[in-house]
Design a protein around this ligand. Structure first.
Ligand code: FDA
Length: 398
């Protein structure tokens, strides 16, 4: 042990979603635990999650809803700590759940209440805190870890890295966990913004800019992506491209190193031919405006030169129209970056981590949980569920 260092059985780096669950579980097993974080308050990202409503989990969590180089990696943790276990935790803390579309479950008392319950549970289990603490060097000598902070030094036999990813850096998110993984000889896959608005260029940028502020329900197919189904959700045009839940979700599914190419259906479930035939005496833009936002109908007509009465359209034009409206191709020029990303794609390579315990296969006693790993969930409560599940699992072993 280094001089003047305080010894604990477990040091948890990061008082976020995953670190709080992990610390409480370790302490419940009788381990002496300290949680170290540079933020003065725990759970800052959880507090802003779901726009403050906190989409805590999802009723339909499956492995296929996670992007990870090893698609089987998440299975063990999700089965050890499925959504029902977190819902039971909420019920035990008198937190109510409200279900939205797509199985999304929100906390009715809000995100701050979730953080309070997690913090209180950890405190009652006997967790010690070192908040507002700048973390410096982290080393291992023999079978001990040593964490050097600005004002203290901690030593332990187990170290849990739960420092999340660099998405949304404005609240103190960093890549500390990835740097530590490299120091300890582990690989980190390419880090990219995920669940992020997409930028457009050229004609598509003009199109999006003109429609900025308009939102509508769409269906998105992502080229070459393995998904349980198409993405059915809302799209929002912005002055730089596209956003909204459907786009954030789709942003996860590019090919390695490439952004996803999207096919957008602006009128899912609507038979366009039927609409045009039943409004045959109307101007095309007015016929389309009965089922689409008027500005979008107008822009499509201007862009493609669709003029005249709906009933006078040639079959060829009707087919071109159907293609543009039901399979609008969107090739993003970029993303809005980590500053607008709700998740980090990539992370600590799961080849180096036991899926059953979250322990490093390289360094005994070293654990990684939550977003710091190369695991990214879809929009809708999947990322917090991964944070709870992986934190719980590490909490049984660290
Ligand atoms: P998390 O980020 O929660 O915690 C990491 C902790 O480490 C933080 O307390 C941080 O201060 C600390 N830390 C980082 N670097 C450090 C350093 N250098 N030194 C010391 N401490 C350091 N997911 C979901 O399922 N439902 C939702 O509704 C939302 N909504 C949402 C909205 C927004 C705006 C964002 C940005 C993200 C979401 N998410 C979400 C994603 C979800 O919040 C995220 O995946 C989890 O919080 C990840 O949990 P972790 O514990 O891994 O990291």
């Amino acid at each position: 042990m280094l001089k003047d260092s305080k010894f604990y059985d477990v040091i948890v780096l990061g008082a976020g979603a995953s670190g709080l669950v992990c610390a409480a579980e370790c302490a419940r097993r009788g381990r002496r635990v300290v949680v170290v974080d540079h933020a003065a308050e725990p759970g800052r990202k959880v507090r802003i999650s779901g726009g403050g409503r906190c989409n805590v989990t999802n009723r339909r969590v499956q492995a296929v809803d996670y992007v990870c180089a090893n698609p089987h990696f998440v299975k063990s943790a999700l089965s050890q700590y499925p959504p029902e276990r977190f819902l039971a935790f909420m019920a035990g803390n008198r937190l109510d759940v409200q279900e939205a579309d797509h199985g999304r479950l929100f906390c009715m008392q809000g995100a701050a209440a979730v953080v309070d319950a997690l913090r209180e549970t950890a405190a009652q289990s006997g967790v010690h805190w070192s908040l507002g603490e700048e973390i410096g060097e982290v080393i291992r000598t023999g079978d001990r870890f040593h964490v050097h902070c600005r004002s203290s030094m901690f030593s332990s036999s187990s170290l849990v890295v739960a420092t999340g990813g660099p998405a949304w850096p404005q609240i103190g998110a960093t890549d500390l966990g990835h740097r530590l993984a490299r120091v300890f000889g582990m690989k980190v896959t390419d880090l990219r913004p995920g669940l992020v608005p997409l930028r457009a260029s050229g004609e598509q940028l003009t199109f999006c800019r003109e429609l900025s502020g308009i939102s509508l329900p769409v269906r998105i197919r992502v080229q070459h992506a393995v998904l349980p189904g198409d993405i059915d959700d809302a799209l929002l045009f912005t002055h730089r491209g596209m956003s909204g839940p459907a786009i954030l979700d789709a942003s996860l599914f590019g090919q390695p190193g490439r952004l996803p190419v999207l096919e957008i259906d602006f009128l899912p479930e609507v038979d366009l031919d039927n609409i045009l035939q039943s409004a045959s005496r109307r101007e095309i833009r007015n016929a389309l405006a009965t089922v689409l936002p008027a500005r979008l109908a107008e822009m499509l007509c201007v862009m493609h030169g669709w003029n005249g009465q709906a009933g006078n359209l040639f079959q060829k034009t009707r087919m071109a129209m159907s293609h543009q409206i039901h399979s609008f191709p969107f090739i993003p020029a970029g993303t809005e970056g980590f500053a607008k990303a709700e998740a980090t794609l990539g992370g600590v390579d799961t080849e180096f981590i036991s899926s059953k315990t979250m322990e490093s296969k390289v360094i005994p006693g070293l654990y990684f949980t939550g977003e710091v790993l190369d695991v990214t969930g879809r929009l809708g409560g999947y990322n917090l569920q991964w944070a709870w599940s992986s934190g719980f699992v590490a909490g049984q072993w660290a």
